[in-house]
Each structure stands twice: as structure tokens, then as C-alpha cells.
Design a protein around this ligand. Structure first.
Ligand SMILES: NC(=O)c1ccc[n+]([C@@H]2O[C@H](COP(=O)([O-])OP(=O)(O)OC[C@H]3O[C@@H](n4cnc5c(N)ncnc54)[C@H](OP(=O)(O)O)[C@@H]3O)[C@@H](O)[C@H]2O)c1
Length: 330
């Protein structure tokens, strides 16, 4: 079967088409004929991980070190990229009752990766769910990582109807779903993104959209109950002026100073810093599937590339000119 393989870290040029063996499902697994996979920050970062310093990495240096060891210090241990996929079930292993041949599915393999392939095997009890009828294959492949992360992180924040929520980084994988989940919970949501993606963020349902290249939300007059800062590009100090008296600053990406601020403010009755790590469970994929089926979430893919053109898709993603998501289709 066809696969996009890379054996060294580097630019999109390291991605090339190869023939590898088609897998067979073991007991408890499903064999999925992949219809689409996605290109995002995760895929481009892992492709070039040896060249990303701990300063460029948006999380504490210790996590960067763990990530380097787990992805491979000098060359990638897992030579096939891609964490998200959609497709149809082509075969099932012994004991699988949840899925049958022909079912449309989508799922997330996380650090196990290897979705840039024609076929993959996945535990039927893993992060995989039936594809809702109103979600296309390309769109579905752009959903799991961002939706699972946003769902599990926001669950702990008890967002209430009428609250004002700002998402700094609303056009990215996590931000698009943080914005939609906050809207679904009844919040008034402001999305902050780059100029090129303002229409995209508006189309996802943001009540207000700001361009981080021109508008500094920390200088505005609006007060927010919750500021979700996906890349941690702002700071608690800068946001305090625009947080309500009990407002929460939540940098999804954070460094050690934010950990200290979280510890310092955690019992505060006033403004505080919240931190969290995503902890997705298989049931969360089903929740996401249901939310799509009910029309509470949407996914927009603006750029599709054939699997064979994965290198071009990565180049395009890194050019910064994308409007919505970028998908590889088979
Ligand atoms: N806490 C956790 O458990 C957890 C889990 C997973 C990931 N993460 C972290 O989340 C981050 C990746 O998030 P993602 O996958 O959503 O990334 P992404 O898809 O690359 O999105 C990044 C977002 O940030 C925006 N942005 C870029 N520069 C900005 C700036 N100067 N000011 C404000 N916004 C800016 C981008 O806007 P434009 O594209 O419009 O320019 C985009 O909306 C990584 O740092 C990762 O470590 C944390």
C-alpha cells in the first residue's frame, strides 16, 4: 500500500511516497481504509522536531526533552506522520462488535501517528467513532485532535451561559473547537486570529473577531470571564486589566512562570491562572461525533491535497496563507 514516509527530520522535502506492507487487524482491532488525514501544527512540528529548540517549543523544557526522546533524538523513530484520520472499515479482528465492514469512521492516533497511509489498524476501543452523516471525510480528518483537546480542557472550566470568553488563537486546531464549545455552552465568544483567517473564525460562529496583528485585546474596554490563550502569546499580567474580578487566564501552551502563577492564584477568590493537560478518552470521540450530528460543531476544510502531494501540503501549511484546515485525501 502507499504511504508517505520520512526517515530524517527537516523541510517538507523529507516526505516521500513509498510502498509498505498492508496491515491486518488483530483481535480487537479494525482495519480502516483511510479516506483523509490532516496537516497541522503537530505534523509539521514532528516532521522537523530536531530543529525545534526548547525555546520555540511552547511548553516547559522538560516536556520538550520527553518529546525529543519519544519522537527520536536524531532521526524519527516512527517514520510515518499523521495523527488524525477518517475512512471506512475494511475489516474487523476477532471480538469486534462495535464496528462492521463498511462503517464510516474517524479517529485519533496521537503519538502512535502513521495516518499518512492507505490502510491502518486501530483498537476498536480506542479514539475512534462513527462518522456522523453530516460530516465529510476531509472535514472529519481535521477534527479529532483539536476537538478532543478543547473538549477535555474546557470541561474543567464550567463555562456558563452569558459569560464572555476570548480565544487567542481561534483559527487553529484547538482554538476552532474551544470557540465552538464555548458558544455551544452559551458564552459570548471573541476569537483572535491572523488577518487571513478572520472570515474563517467568523464562519465558525465567533460573535466578535480580532486580528492579533492589528488589535491588542488587552488594551480594549471589554472584560472577559475567561481568556483561553492557545499559544500562550499573552500573559496573566497583560490580561488582568481585561479580566472580570473573578476572571480566569488559561494558557493552553505554557512555560514554568505560568505554573508558578497558577500555584500562587489557585485558591484566590479573585482573578486566577488555570492550567491543564488534555486527557482524552474513547467516550470523548463519541461525544464529538454526537455534537457534530446535532449541528453543535462544524469543521471547514479549504485546501485538499492528494496523499502523494503531502510535501506540497506541508509547504502550503507552513506558508501561513491557509484559510481553513488543510487535508490529505485518498
Ligand atoms: N495543554 C495541553 O494539554 C495541550 C494539548 C495539545 C497541544 N497543546 C499546545 O497547543 C499548541 C498548539 O495548538 P494548536 O494545535 O491549536 O495550534 P495551531 O493549529 O497552530 O493554532 C495556533 C493558533 O495561534 C494563533 N497565533 C499565531 N501567532 C499568534 C500570536 N502572535 N498571537 C495570537 N495568536 C497567534 C494562530 O493564528 P493564525 O493561524 O490565524 O495566524 C492559530 O489560531 C502547542 O503549543 C501545544 O504544545 C497543549
Amino acid at each position: 500500500m502507499k504511504a508517505i514516509v520520512y526517515t530524517q527530520y527537516g523541510s517538507p522535502d523529507v516526505l516521500h511516497l513509498a510502498e509498505i506492507a498492508k496491515p491486518a487487524p488483530k483481535a480487537g482491532e479494525v482495519l480502516v481504509k483511510v479516506r483523509a488525514a490532516s496537516v497541522g501544527y503537530g505534523e509539521t512540528a514532528v516532521r522537523n522536531f530536531a530543529n525545534i529548540s526548547h525555546r520555540e517549543f511552547n511548553m516547559p523544557a522538560l516536556l520538550w526533552l520527553f518529546a525529543r526522546l519519544s519522537f527520536g533524538l536524531r532521526k524519527p523513530k516512527n517514520t510515518i506522520l499523521g495523527s488524525e484520520f477518517s475512512g471506512t472499515v475494511e475489516g474487523v479482528g476477532a471480538g469486534v462488535t462495535r464496528f462492521k465492514v463498511g462503517d464510516a469512521v474517524f479517529g485519533y492516533r496521537g503519538q502512535a501517528m502513521a495516518t499518512y497511509v492507505e490502510y491502518l489498524c486501530m483498537s476498536a476501543d480506542g479514539l475512534i467513532a462513527h462518522l456522523p452523516k453530516n460530516l465529510g471525510f476531509a472535514e472529519a480528518a481535521a477534527v479529532p485532535y483539536g476537538a478532543l483537546t478543547a473538549l477535555t480542557l474546557l470541561r474543567r472550566l464550567n463555562i456558563q451561559p452569558g459569560q464572555r470568553v476570548l480565544v487567542n488563537g481561534a483559527s487553529g486546531k484547538i482554538g476552532t473547537f474551544a470557540l465552538q464549545i464555548a458558544k455551544h455552552l452559551g458564552a459570548e465568544v471573541t476569537g483572535v486570529c491572523g488577518t487571513e483567517r478572520m472570515a474563517y473564525v467568523r464562519a465558525l460562529g465567533a460573535d466578535h473577531v480580532l486580528d492579533y496583528k492589528h488589535d491588542d485585546f488587552t488594551r480594549g474596554d471589554v472584560r472577559y470571564d475567561l481568556i483561553i490563550d492557545v499559544l500562550g502569546r499573552s500573559s496573566f499580567k497583560a490580561c488582568q486589566r481585561v479580566l472580570t474580578p473573578q476572571g480566569i487566564y488559561f494558557p493552553v501552551s505554557f512555560k514554568m512562570p505560568a505554573v508558578l502563577q497558577m500555584l500562587r492564584t489557585r485558591n484566590s477568590k479573585g482573578q486566577r491562572v488555570h492550567l491543564g493537560m488534555s486527557d482524552e478518552k474513547p467516550a470523548d470521540m463519541t461525544t464529538i461525533s454526537t455534537m457534530f450530528a446535532e449541528g453543535s460543531l462544524k469543521a471547514i476544510v479549504e485546501h485538499c491535497y492528494p496523499l502523494e502531494e503531502a510535501a506540497d501540503a506541508h509547504r502550503f501549511y507552513e506558508s501561513g496563507s491557509r484559510a481553513g484546515n488543510v487535508a490529505l485525501v485518498l
